[in-house]
Design a binder for this molecule. Structure first.
Ligand SMILES: C[S@@+](CC[C@H](N)C(=O)[O-])C[C@H]1O[C@@H](n2cnc3c(N)ncnc32)[C@H](O)[C@@H]1O
Length: 239
């Protein structure tokens, strides 16, 4: 069982909610220019396959409003674009959104997940990739997603999770020794990547996350592991 006091932790420190929010905001503002490069380096490009699977499961269609929450530099949003649909990137970090706008034609709103600046029952699909872990009050964020979704609308949440047992020793070695060094070398922000590893370690596993989503009010909650559970896509429907 993992420790779930993620709301009040930043790396190895215990901090107040307010301070956590501030520190996380500053992490993404600092890493924004190198964020995409770092993602490719850390995952050997595999995050692209995970996002491809997320989009395939989301099945974007014409006339839909899709929100990619915690959308950062907009790579998931770009893949979600289909004929005559509207895809919005929602993220509180102006630095991440600005970086995204340099490379893609994306439409953005600056908002946190916990207080979504969107109307009730207005969105067909919410995708969120590597975002819920950064919310300081994840359950509030999930409730907000439920509020803005239309009936039968779905959330698809891609997040790091708990890998199969046999993979854990290699995964731990890689996470604790390689990623912070890559963070120092490429993004020049080793502490940001120490936060990343620690937040993954504290995040609920597949079954716990499923229960949290059910408790929030999502129906038909199920999940697909990717790369032996290193990451996982949870799907839920608003009935
Ligand atoms: C790891 S990045 C993920 C970016 C993109 N979705 C991807 O998959 O590459 C996490 C994003 O969450 C955003 N974020 C941080 N706190 C948030 C919050 N409270 N609500 C919504 N997004 C948040 C950050 O600004 C950042 O862009």
């Amino acid at each position: 069982m993992k420790k779930n006091n993620i709301d009040q932790s930043f790396g190895k420190q215990e901090v107040s909610n307010k301070k956590r929010e501030r520190l996380i905001r500053s992490v993404f503002n600092k890493v924004a220019p190198r964020y995409d490069l770092m993602n490719d380096a850390m995952s050997f490009g595999i995050h692209r396959l995970w996002k491809h699977k997320l989009v395939k499961l989301a099945k974007p269609q014409a006339n839909q409003l899709i929100v990619d929450l915690a959308g950062g530099t907009g790579d998931v949003a770009m893949k979600m674009m289909a004929k005559n649909n509207l895809v919005l990137v929602a993220d509180p970090s102006l630095a991440m959104l600005t970086e995204g706008k340099k490379h893609h034609k994306i439409q953005c709103i600056a908002t946190t997940g916990e207080q979504l600046a969107l109307a009730d029952n207005s969105v067909d699909t919410v995708t969120i990739a590597f975002g819920v872990r950064n919310m300081t009050r994840m359950e509030e964020g999930l409730k907000e997603i439920l509020r803005v979704l239309k009936p039968n609308g779905r959330i698809l949440c891609l997040e790091f999770s708990t890998p199969h047992k046999w993979l854990k020793p290699f995964y731990n070695l890689y996470s604790y020794y390689v990623i912070p060094r890559l963070g120092a070398w490429i993004a020049k922000q080793p502490e940001a990547y120490t936060y990343l590893i620690e937040s993954i370690r504290r995040f609920p596993d597949q079954e716990e996350m499923k229960q949290i989503m059910q408790k929030t009010g999502f129906s038909e909650v199920h999940y697909h592991n990717v790369s032996f559970g290193i990451a996982c896509i949870h799907i839920g429907t608003k009935l």
